[in-house]
Design a protein around this ligand. Structure first.
Ligand code: FES
Length: 81
């Protein structure tokens, strides 16, 4: 069910800042290293990029943020209208 939700956004990249966790990236992206080599990711599925610095599988999140008790609950400014 989740995969269908993300397929609907195929032309759009959405980066979700997870509270106390990774950046979840959904959409058609490629992740490459400093030399331009592409990381293998599951096509059509969102990826999670580490932002706590503790992952053993950087640049991807391996949930080490939980053990590290990483705290970052940034929220976007709300615009009323
Ligand atoms: S954000 Fe999950 S391991 Fe860093």
């Amino acid at each position: 069910m989740r995969a269908g939700r993300y397929r609907a956004l195929v032309d759009e990249v959405v980066i979700t800042v997870r509270a106390n966790g990774p950046y979840k990236v959904a959409g058609p992206v490629r992740v490459v290293d400093a030399e331009g080599r592409e990381f293998v990711v599951d096509e059509g599925r969102p990826i999670a990029l580490c932002r706590c610095g503790q992952s053993r599988t950087k640049p991807f999140c391996d949930k080490s943020h939980r053990e590290a008790c990483f705290v970052a609950d940034d929220v976007a400014e709300r615009v009323s209208g």
